[in-house]
Design a protein around this ligand. Structure first.
Ligand code: C5P
Length: 345
């Protein structure tokens, strides 16, 4: 067994994700929704440290938490990072080894924001545990463990750009497309939080009505925006690619939060090429022409709140923004006691 005898510290970081496209195409037997999505990593990172040692029984503690973002982060066993470490320790390949694991989380990805921050933390925990265990699990085994924790965890491990199907957790790599180099500005009203199950339920209610009104038209029969985006990428057609960026949640999301439609329009006015909801929101990403323009848009957004404090989009407090770029990888080892490095798993 390659588990070290001494107390070992491992630090891993993982990026936020956005959904370039997000199509909801049906219901799966387990109650989850079948989706088709183009997932993309952006360079906004959470970082996690584990300090692990062999012990007489498995013990997992979430010890420290530092954050640059607002939102609730449970410090007890309900936290996904604790579940991720426990899932790793309970893997059949770990049979016969018990460990004490202390976890510290450094958070920069907004919480409950549609950016898969919780999944990034869980991905960090799995990759860190695997490093501690000397690479005991294959990437396939790690992805499968991740999928049991949440639909976005496998992508947080892998990162870059992938097609997601099933619950969004069945990943397919892009083969030969050129690397994406997008500049985006993420925007989120500081005090607006949206629950994913709540939005899926609201979507289902709206979809039932839509199907009656449109004589039962099946989403599977529409032209897939994910396929359009993929084809445009393969053809290096930037205009076609940007046109295809979309999210099926948007109609119901804007019905529930019309102030977010206003924010979307404002971001276009300020110079974004396109503004789209990511996942179940409430964060939206605006595609910007370049980094200078993205920084100007962020600055103009702050000025707009001073000049127009009564706009509905400011009713949830200031609109926080992050200028980000495409990121090519998922969870990455930053340091370990035994070996310092920047290697991807
Ligand atoms: O997998 P994750 O924890 O992100 O999902 C949170 C909830 O969102 C699930 O419990 C489920 O109610 C809903 N969901 C869904 N279909 C998906 C992903 C999530 O219905 N593809």
């Amino acid at each position: 067994m390659p588990i070290p005898e001494q107390r070992t510290s491992v630090i891993v970081e993982a990026p936020a994700k956005i959904n370039l496209t997000f199509e909801i195409i049906g219901l799966l037997a387990d109650g989850y929704h079948e989706v088709s999505t183009l997932l993309h990593s952006v360079d906004l990172f959470d970082s996690l440290e584990i300090i692990a040692s062999k012990a007489s029984q498995n013990q997992v503690h979430l010890k420290s938490y530092r954050s640059s973002v607002s939102g609730y982060f449970p410090m007890d066993d309900s936290n996904l990072v604790v579940k991720a470490v426990r899932a790793f320790l309970e893997h059949e390949k770990m049979a016969g080894t018990t460990c004490e694991v202390e976890i510290g989380v450094d958070k920069n990805i907004p919480i409950e924001a549609g950016l898969a921050g919780g999944s990034a933390d869980a991905a960090c925990a799995l990759v860190a545990m695997n490093e501690y265990a000397g690479g005991l699990l294959s990437e396939k085994e790690l992805l499968s463990l991740g999928s049991g924790l949440g639909a976005d965890v496998p992508f947080a491990i892998k990162g870059g750009i992938c097609l997601g199907s099933g619950r969004g957790d069945r990943l397919e790599n892009f083969g030969t497309i050129p690397d994406l180099d997008l500049v985006m500005i993420l925007v989120k009203p500081r005090k607006l939080f949206v629950s994913t199950p709540y939005l899926f339920k609201a979507f289902d209610r709206r979809e039932k009505i839509r199907r009656v009104e449109e004589k039962n038209s099946d989403p599977k029969e529409r032209i897939s925006t994910t396929v359009l985006a993929r084809t445009a990428l393969e053809n290096e057609d930037l205009t076609g690619f940007i046109d295809s960026l979309s999210n099926d949640f948007e109609p119901v999301f804007f019905e529930l939060y019309p102030e977010m439609q206003e924010l979307k329009e404002l971001m276009i006015e300020l110079g974004c090429w396109k503004v789209v909801l990511t996942g179940s929101g409430p964060t939206m990403y605006g595609v910007a022409p370049n980094i200078n323009k993205a920084n100007l848009i962020a600055r103009d957004l702050v000025a707009d709140r001073m000049n127009n404090p009564d706009r509905a989009c400011y009713k949830h407090g200031p609109v926080d923004s992050w200028v980000v770029k495409s990121n090519r990888h998922g969870a990455v080892l930053k340091s370990s006691d035994n070996e310092k490095g920047d290697d991807q798993i």
